[in-house]
Design a protein around this ligand. Structure first.
Ligand code: HEC
Length: 128
């Protein structure tokens, strides 16, 4: 009697354990797919942006609307750093990540389409 009841408890435990493993596996799978889809989307965005040849004037206008509050009207720096010769220190991919990533608060992440991102890059290159 005592043997059979302990086996039932063991069976329950085993079932619970399998359930937990199964659920965790599912959660992990979902996390991985989100990561890969995101990664793919990011790469697509960067490739699309780098394939364009932006306009420095358009980028200048964009900069005056979005960035001067922190980087100064002539990009000489205010709250944010001076951006002259930034393109010598960071490559285009790194600058795109800086602008769209929101990785260095207080600088926000900007949702910016590839055409405008390319314009901004051209403007930043003109500051060299
Ligand atoms: C709310 C203020 C703020 C705004 C708005 C802002 N930035 Fe920044 N930015 C910063 C700060 C602060 C840093 C420094 C972050 C750090 O390195 O910790 C920075 C860093 C950067 C860097 C990297 C500089 C370096 O030396 O590594 C680039 C490039 C840049 N910003 C571009 C932009 C552009 C382009 C815009 C407009 C689309 C913009 N920022 C808008 C605050 C801002």
């Amino acid at each position: 009697m005592s043997t059979s009841s302990s086996t039932a408890a063991e069976r329950d435990l085993k079932r619970d354990f399998l359930k937990i493993v199964f659920v965790n596996f599912g959660v992990l799978l979902i996390c991985f797919s989100i990561f890969f889809v995101n990664h793919h989307e990011n790469n697509k965005y960067i490739i699309e942006t780098l394939a364009l040849n932006g306009s420095a004037e358009e980028g200048d206008a964009l900069f005056k609307i979005n960035c001067v509050g922190c980087h100064g009207i002539t990009a000489r720096g205010l709250v944010g750093p001076d951006l002259h010769s930034i393109t010598k220190r960071l490559n285009d991919k790194e600058i795109i990540k800086q602008v769209t990533g929101g990785l260095t608060p207080p600088m926000p992440s900007f949702e910016i389409d590839p055409v405008n991102m390319s314009n901004l890059l051209k403007y930043l290159h003109s500051l060299e």
